[in-house]
Design a protein. Structure first.
Length: 197
């Protein structure tokens, strides 16, 4: 099958078009790679093919909020990466994209590029709980767009919540609510642990 061939959309009703998963994934891949110059795009595609992950710069099209796994699991009622935790994150964050790094025990919610600046004070407060708002001068390991399931053999990074279409990101307020709920649950689990103000 020709990877670059685009399927024509299917009309499901008057004025409603549905694109195939492959077309949506290609559009998302193209959008993600637009953070790089031409030579960087070729390198990133090669890394995706060989390693399943590539480094992309943050702060231009999107930024990321790094969430410790323990905070996510505190509200998702899980004991590690799973389809149930992924589904919870999809619902809690309104379908905004999230990358899971099982080896690093972290999740990365993709957010608007401006969030590290516009939420600067709040992001500083989050650092106490090992939450970090990552923007300019930072790179993020981004898995191939078709890596959407946790692999217990490799512990490779994957899209816990795949990007549904290009430029669709998590809403900062939804991230803030998730962090607040996680910090609250962690404080209940360990009342002796100092919680952020």
């Amino acid at each position: 099958m020709d990877r670059d061939r685009v399927l024509r959309p299917v009309e499901t009703g008057p004025g409603l078009l549905v694109r195939s998963t492959a077309d949506r994934q290609r559009a998302v891949e193209h959008w993600l790679l637009s953070t790089l110059h031409d030579q960087g795009r070729d390198r990133a595609r090669m890394e995706w093919q060989q390693h399943g992950v590539t480094l992309l710069p943050l702060g231009t099209l999107f930024s990321a909020v790094r969430l410790p796994q323990r905070l996510v699991l505190a509200v998702a009622s899980g004991d590690g990466p799973s389809a149930e935790v992924d589904a919870f994150l999809g619902e809690a964050l309104g379908g905004g994209p999230v990358i899971c790094d099982p080896g690093g025990r972290r999740y990365y919610a993709l957010v608007p590029a401006s969030m590290p600046t516009t939420w600067h004070q709040t992001a500083d407060d989050w650092r106490v709980g090992d939450v970090e708002c990552l923007g300019r001068d930072t790179y993020l390991g981004v898995p191939r767009v078709d890596h959407t399931e946790f692999d217990r053999r490799t512990y490779a990074s994957y899209w816990s919540v795949p990007m549904p279409s290009m430029a669709t990101l998590c809403a900062p307020l939804a991230i803030a609510r998730l962090i607040a709920a996680g910090q609250h649950e962690l404080a209940l689990q360990d009342p002796d642990e100092e919680s952020p103000a």
